[in-house]
Design a protein around this ligand. Structure first.
Ligand code: AMP
Ligand code: MG
Length: 328
């Protein structure tokens, strides 16, 4: 039975439910204004609004604890219409919030983590391209203590019941190190149920979770992996760390992030991995890099000591690593 026993978990769930509600509200208001970051990826009103709200709430409850979050205010300060919309949506939840506060709150996420202290990691809208397409996306919040992810929350506003990989009413998933992983309604209104990874140990029956966006990975190598493992099951295509919730809940067995051919020096961002990895591990799965090394969250904003990511239900992990060693 899941019960919230500590303040970080309570606050993280509160933030995720508010963020989920705000992201839906922005989407249905047709106010999904967006701008483009220097790396050409899109960023929307929702990305900024969720980061501002979360940063504000975290500072209120945990003053002195750092935040490592994806967005910066650089583009925002230059797009008046986006800033106005963000200020409006955040202002509905934080009375009196002004544009200058929004910029200030967003920039609290610019750090690299507070050494020796607990800090928070946030991807306000993971899978922004999915959000824009009306597909899957996730609000991903995690807490790192002593260099290890100790708490992870994924708000997945479009995920199916029981974290099935279909468009649905949404799921909220939470994991606490050593205490398991649970899922509940997106507004945390019902009881949380335990989340368990699948017990499939035949690679031919393994369902592979794949990115919707080909540019985020190495499609050729993933195809080669599927052939090497003689996978017969249909793959599951979707955006964001919602994939981690699907794997954790036993609706898929394998997820890999490989280096895309055009970005061989890419290193995973911690906000793309922190919440999803603890949820998979606490559900009985396993997460490493493509060489089998544990993810090392002590290296700042990126996983400098790791290459790619391999996540499985645990039972298939060694087989996937062995196959990848021949491919990558
Ligand atoms: P997904 O929704 O699984 O396709 O992953 C989305 C995440 O992929 C985004 O949050 C980006 O941070 C990340 N990403 C963007 N470009 C790349 C790349 N070239 N290689 C790996 N990940 C990337
Ligand atoms: Mg992301």
């Amino acid at each position: 039975m899941f019960s919230i026993t500590d303040e970080p978990t309570r606050v993280a769930l509160e933030i995720a439910t508010a963020a989920d509600e705000m992201a839906r509200e922005i989407q249905s208001s047709m106010a999904v204004l967006k701008t483009t970051k220097p790396d050409l990826s899109p960023v929307t009103v929702a990305d900024y609004a969720v980061q501002a709200l979360a940063a504000h709430k975290l500072a209120e409850h945990f003053p002195g604890e750092g935040l490592v979050a994806e967005e910066t205010s650089e583009q925002l300060a230059a797009s008046a219409d986006v800033l106005e919309a963000v200020t409006d949506f955040v202002g509905r939840r934080v009375v009196g919030a002004r544009a200058a506060d929004i910029i200030d709150w967003i920039d609290r996420g610019a750090g690299a983590g507070t050494k020796g202290r607990a800090y928070w990691v946030l991807d306000p809208i993971d899978g922004t391209k999915g959000y824009l397409r009306g597909g899957q996306y996730a609000v991903a919040l995690a807490r790192i203590e002593a260099g290890q992810v100790r708490l992870g929350v994924l708000g997945c506003p479009n995920l199916g019941d029981d974290c099935r990989p279909t468009m649905g009413r949404g799921r909220l998933v939470v994991a606490v190190r050593g205490q398991g992983a649970w899922q509940g309604a997106p507004d945390a209104s019902d009881t949380f149920e335990p989340v368990r990874a699948s017990l499939q140990n035949d690679p031919r029956q393994a369902r592979l979770l794949r990115s919707f966006e080909a540019g985020h990975t190495n499609v050729g190598q993933i195809d080669a992996l599927a052939r090497a493992l003689q996978i017969e099951a249909e793959p599951v295509l979707m955006d964001s760390q919602a994939k981690c919730a699907v794997l954790a809940a036993g609706h898929a067995e394998i997820m890999v992030r490989l280096l895309s051919p055009d970005r061989p020096d890419y290193r995973e961002k911690i906000w793309d991995q922190a919440a999803g990895s603890i949820i998979i591990e606490e559900a009985g799965g396993r997460v490493t890099d493509i060489h089998g090394k544990a993810l090392d969250f002590r290296t700042g904003r990126r996983l400098e000591n790791n290459q790619g990511v391999v996540a499985t239900n645990g039972l298939l992990h060694e087989k996937v690593l062995a196959a990848l060693a021949e491919i990558v």
